[in-house]
Design a binder for this molecule. Structure first.
Ligand SMILES: [Fe+2]
Length: 386
């Protein structure tokens, strides 16, 4: 008998998973790319910090303060930016010739994990000579992007967090004889949430993170009409066992070149995001996309461009999953990036025509040793139009 179901439906007959309540359309099917490694080398606990280079550290600090970071240290060669939560700094900015992303540093549970990781990769465990001490293993992922893992780094003490409002909801009245008056101020960054990277070696890089750092995939997305070719984006979280972790700490997508897409920093709530956005606008900064609420991860988001053109995100109210939640699958589309909010911008999608984009596309299509081919390019074009 001929089935009336489409190929996608045939491929996606599956058991009910928690993702069906989380706006993901479908779960995995037999033969799909694994969402977690069976026996990873280690399981990192979280993203510790990100590193960037900037030609002007004073200008970088001015934007950072408008965005809501607090300076932990500023020397002629380095700017250390932190949030209010106890822990590691969020961002290290070094003096460099151009505005660029350098790499991510994850936090391991202890020195023993660093030894295991070093042994498995042939790298060395080195003592950190910089502030906070501890030890580090420095690696490069299959995309050629630097990744470090640290342990034993001294934590920064907590700072006062931005106060949240008392709300009245219908008959639930909690605020009487008092007004809502928010100061016009930056949204105070509490902590680093995630980084998003693009790579033409998506599958290889994904496997590397799952096998070496024990990360697990929360959601896979695939290009329209290409479900059978596997995922082209993965939202990946830390496996902390029963302790909930951010829906994604790292997200990766297939694209023509290895590049930083954006990084995200948690702030208190929607009011903080909206007033913080007003503040950034007043200071003449450029919004890339927002305010809205994502589907994968559920965060309320607002995306901005720093003066060097790098994209950074304020977010609040994201999903936290323990390691029991199985992977979700959904088609990748521009309209599927948010539950509500303004239409996604070309700037956010990285679809503004530029000589760099054309160069990257030509190079990616010529390179046979990557996963970006002509059909993938057509799939990517469909994402922007849906
Ligand atoms: Fe994000």
């Amino acid at each position: 008998m001929i089935s009336s179901r489409t190929l996608d439906e045939e491929l996606c007959v599956t058991v009910k998973t928690p993702h069906q309540d989380l706006h993901s359309q479908r779960g995995p099917v037999t033969g799909d790319r694994p969402a977690r490694a069976a026996n990873p080398v280690i399981k990192v606990e979280d993203l510790a910090w990100l590193e960037f280079e900037k030609p002007d550290l004073d200008a970088a600090e001015r934007f950072a303060h408008d965005f809501g970071f607090t300076t932990a240290e500023h020397t002629p060669l380095e700017l250390v930016l932190r949030g209010t939560r106890q822990g590691a700094p969020c961002v290290l900015v070094r003096q460099g010739s151009a505005s660029r992303y350098v790499g991510a540093t994850f936090r391991a549970a202890d020195r023993g994990d660093l030894d295991r990781l070093a042994h498995a990769t042939g790298a060395a465990v080195k003592e950190r000579a910089t502030a906070g001490g501890g030890h580090v293993v420095s690696l490069t992922d299959p995309s050629g992007i630097p990744v470090s893992v640290v342990a034993g780094v001294e934590e920064l003490p907590a700072l006062p967090r931005q106060p949240t409002q008392v709300f009245n909801f219908g008959n639930e009245v909690r605020r009487i004889n008092a007004t809502q008056r928010l100061p016009r101020e930056p949204a105070k960054v509490e902590r680093l949430g995630h980084v998003v990277l693009e790579t033409p070696r998506f599958g290889r890089a994904l496997d590397w993170y799952l096998e070496h750092l024990g990360l697990i995939v929360s959601d896979f997305l695939y290009f329209p009409g290409q479900r059978e070719r596997g995922p082209t984006m993965a939202f990946i979280r830390c496996d902390r066992g029963v302790t909930p972790a951010d829906h994604h700490t790292l997200a990766m997508l297939l694209g023509p070149a290895p590049r930083y897409v954006h990084s995200a920093y948690q702030v208190a709530d929607l009011d903080a995001i909206a007033m913080g956005g007003q503040f950034l606008k007043d200071r003449g900064h450029t919004r890339a996309w927002g305010i809205g609420r994502h589907i994968q991860g559920s965060q309320i988001f607002d995306y901005w461009r720093d003066p060097g053109g790098l994209m950074v995100e304020h977010f609040a109210d994201g999903d936290l999953f323990d390691n029991t939640v199985e992977v979700g699958w959904a088609e990748m589309s521009a309209s599927g990036l948010a539950q509500w909010g303004p239409p996604v911008t070309r700037d956010f999608l990285g679809a503004n025509p530029s000589p760099r984009l054309v160069r990257d596309l030509v190079a990616a299509l010529r390179d046979r040793d990557n996963e970006f081919d002509a059909r993938r390019l057509l799939g990517l074009a469909k994402v922007a139009s849906r």
